[in-house]
Design a protein around this ligand. Structure first.
Ligand code: PBG
Length: 334
């Protein structure tokens, strides 16, 4: 599209910026509560709420407190939450068996959430890192992250989560072939309506640091994730991955991290026109929070501006730790 416009002074852009009413009328993109998915950190116990030092305002919550957070989400109109577990280090193994235990921390919590808040969509993370002795998303043998063996484990993990009542599975592991394997297994098990939001274009990023603290994977992680997560220098590859995951049965796709990869969001939306999400990850959250705490930026305004940026880049929704705060400010829309 080539915009047509008369020369100055017939065209004066400032005419439409003169008042809030005119600016509202000319606004192209809108952020609403319905665009938000709220990631929550789940831990054992009852009545516990442990702040995550590198993510001010975020805490690990025991199941009872997750249920309170879910009530808050519903009150605020947030459509979905996404669960990430902090697993007791004593339960981590090289085989990651706890990941597909029908009664593990996550699966118990999914059941409780669906029993109390049936309208709230529950999304899960499908990856082995919280359960893995070495902090990787896949099974490791002789220092190599195994692809096909990991996919088999992820299928078991997915089925356990679907059995527990998860609405949306979020494979975040970046193994090849897992979307197709999970989709076929879901169909065969009668879980025809469980949605998959594939972390299809997930980059090997420095912005995940605070998250790894939150789920207790930082200490465990040996090496980096560059043999399975994407090279931040690549863009065409993201389109190939998204196309591949859609062909294998993903219902929605994600670009992750968010703010440094808005160009990828735009390309994905333009190329495929499918439900496209971005994950504003822990490090992005921490940066905005830290600068706001110093008084260097206005935290609320920077938060809303960053979230609106995802909409402008073509995203249908955003996973963000700011979800409840943004939702409270967005009544009903910004
Ligand atoms: C791991 C996973 C990660 C995140 C979500 N799932 C971290 C990683 O890949 O190391 C990061 C989320 C965030 O930083 O907020 N399966």
């Amino acid at each position: 599209m080539r915009p047509i416009q008369a020369a100055f002074p017939a065209t004066r852009f400032r005419r439409m910026r003169r008042s809030a009413a005119l600016r509202d009328l000319a606004q192209e993109n809108t952020l609403t509560v319905k665009d938000l998915i709220w990631p929550l950190f789940l831990c054992d116990g009852t009545g516990s709420e442990t702040p995550v030092a590198s993510m001010p305002g975020v805490a690990r919550l025991s199941q009872d407190n997750i249920l309170r957070a879910a009530e808050r989400a519903v009150r605020l109109g947030i459509p979905a939450v996404c669960l990430f577990p902090y697993i007791d280090p004593a339960l981590k193994t090289a085989g990651c068996e706890a990941a597909w235990d029908a009664d593990n921390l996550v699966n118990r919590c999914i059941r409780a959430l669906k029993a109390e808040q049936s309208d709230l969509a529950v999304m899960t993370d499908v990856a082995l890192d919280p359960y893995n002795l070495n902090g990787h998303d896949g099974l490791v043998r002789d220092g190599i992250i195994l692809n096909d063996e990991t996919v088999e484990a992820l299928v078991k993990m997915s089925l356990a989560q679907a059995d527990a009542g998860a609405d949306i599975l979020g494979p975040s592991d970046m193994m090849d072939g897992r979307i197709g394997a999970i989709r076929m297994a879901l169909e065969a098990a009668g879980h025809k309506d469980v949605a998959i939001l594939s972390y299809a274009a997930k980059y090997a990023s420095a912005f995940y640091g605070p998250f790894r603290d939150a789920v207790g994977a930082s200490g465990a992680l040996k090496g980096d994730k560059k043999t399975y997560q994407m090279n931040p220098a690549n863009s065409d590859e993201a389109l190939r991955l998204i196309g591949r995951d859609l062909n294998e049965g993903a219902d929605m796709v994600m670009v992750k991290p968010g703010m440094p990869y808005l160009d990828i969001c735009r390309r994905v939306k333009d190329a495929f026109g499918v439900p496209t999400f971005a994950y504003q990850v822990s490090g992005e959250y921490a940066m905005i929070r830290a600068a706001a705490a110093q008084g260097w930026i206005d935290g609320e305004k920077a938060m809303l501006e960053s979230l609106l940026g995802f909409k402008r880049a073509g995203c249908d929704g955003i996973l963000t730790y700011f979800a409840p705060e943004a939702a409270a400010l967005l009544a009903p829309a910004v």
